[in-house]
Design a protein around this ligand. Sequence first.
Ligand SMILES: [Zn+2]
Length: 417
Amino acid sequence: MKQDPEKRRPTGASDINDPERKAMITREREDEILALCQELIRIPSYSGDEKGVGQAIASFMERMGFDDIWTDTYGNVVGGVKGSRPGKTILFDGHIDTVPVKSEDWTRDPFGGERADGRIYGRGTSDMKGAVAAMLAACAYFAADRKRDFAGAAYVSCIVHEECFEGVAAREVSRRLKPDYVVIGEASELNLKKGQRGRAEIVLETFGKPAHSANPDAGINAVYRMSRLIDAVRTLPETTHPVLGKGILELTDIKSAPYPGASVVPDYCRATYDRRLLVGETRESVLKPLQDLIARLEAADPTFKARVSFAKGEETCYTGAAISGERFFPGWVYDEDHPWVATALAGLRRAGLNPTVTQYSFCTNGSHYAGEAGIPTIGFGPSRENLAHTIDEYVEETQLIGAASGYYGILTEALCK
Ligand SMILES: [Zn+2]
């Protein structure tokens, strides 16, 4: 999850004592879901170090009789339950990496999985091991209750390295599984999300000529070049979308070289921009206005030299595999009457929930499933998005149980016609 300023939504939770929900999620099962969440929290899993939590998830899948379990080259753990009749494949997707903690800032043990005041505390409770626990449990209970009497299959993908590479490791899951529908479990406070802005990291570079700073006329200062370019970028109009809002372009860092530049006119400067992407924006359409801007500045001043590109990242997975990608994660949004949105909404209501239909304000693996692969996708998960990445992160137990019954309701609605 990438954080954006949180817009508080009304809660989608309905009465926890709703009779239909009670029939699906018994008291015993509630305890099992909470215990699984605690177990996952007690195994730290920073990005690139998810092996232990992946193993715990695989053994839960085995214990619960999942029909198909694998770990792929990146270390994603995927498992599914299959119905006795052919039908659609639904994928529940959650990431199992977390952002780091500074333990000394916490009043609770970030890896204790402590239960108090109707909450479970710990890094990843809201973002998003709680959701993963609820998904795993819902699929297991659904298959057991139906004795496999349903059409199609339900899978859970537990994804590594999401925090910096939204949707990159997920590509391997959709390549192998080819799901028909996806549910992203990122925090939605039990509301239904039908889209999100995407994001890109754009790098601007300017080039100059080094010189002793006692004699600056002999050089070309790359920072002065960058300063002109930054001013020009601020005059570009923002793209807009009626649902997703503005295609924000915001400067996030700047660096010159050599650094420190003791008595040297810097010959290189690099600035990074965060760009929020709207539906339909492509690599080309995003770079074009910046390329045109640079061309105009170069035409006006033949010594001006600059370049624009997307940032690239590369990290190593716990399996040893390299994960890399351009930081360009597309946005996506569906109409409220899209069949998958309508099915999911009916499933959530079946589970006794009363969700509002909105969109995520941050970037998720949906960038890949919906934005790149074109697979109908919705978001539904426990907890509030502004609890992600926080000190003393927690998830409310009622949200966890509500999420499990919501996933169960979606399965019933989608696979039991
Ligand atoms: Zn997340």
